[in-house]
Design a protein around this ligand. Sequence first.
Ligand code: CO
Length: 295
Amino acid sequence: MAPYPEDLERWRRAAEISSRARDYGLRLTVPGARRRDVADAVEAFIRDQGAAPAFPVNLSRNDEAAHFTPSRDDDAEFVDGDVVKVDVGAHLDGAIADTADTVEVGGTHRYENLVRAAREGLAAGIAAVRPGARVDELSRAIAAAIRSRGLKPIENLTGHSIERYLLHAGKAIPNVPDHSDASLVEGEIIAIEPFATNGAGRIRNGPFGNIARFRGDPGRADPALSALFGRFRTLPFAMRWAATPEEEAALRRARRTLQTYPVFVEEGGGWVAQAEHTILVGPDRAEVLTAPVPV
Ligand code: CO
């Protein structure tokens, strides 16, 4: 039976907030902007809308595909020609939306083909959505669209189904066909997120990207740690979200029990563009929940 969430309106609202936050982040990503200020501003925007970030704003640059968020003492600024993936998620009571797009800083127009390849991959994947569609059909459509621009889809990054408080639920949506026998079910919520590159078409794990996650409840032994778990539960968080020196120290002590995320870096040093929407599998096609909201 159709697994429509009971609180679908809440998911729609979280998606609308995510969409506005993504577009706000894209507008803020200009030459000379500090990337920490952009991340802080977008996360504050999400909170001002009454939601919470479902994960830290990712501002991965150039050959970084994903999973970089600035640390608290990061003073780096965006420069002309940077290719920045603004990947944003908001949740309302565990109803999560996840969306991304790529901006070429300063409008240098050197990487238009790359950015378009990711967006066209996303559009092709969305067009293949219907109940009963095989995930492999989506993957095929995504890969073909990216390759038609002479670029490569990143084969070891995937989209994903989303469930309450679970950003990456059970179903993967690969960006290249991998003979998955999964198919789509009416009422499920999935994020489709193609990555296009002029490099090797694979990512490797790079350095720590300042993002971590509790694997489970740390218990009451450390009050600062249990306060942090109360705020973040098992969703990814930024190390800079520690509100006090006590919380920062608690995170340092707990570091080995946390899941820590490395930055995903293009294996061949290629540059990477990403486009992502959260969609609902409707009765006969995709409903794009994170579509741009007219201003
Ligand atoms: Co995603």
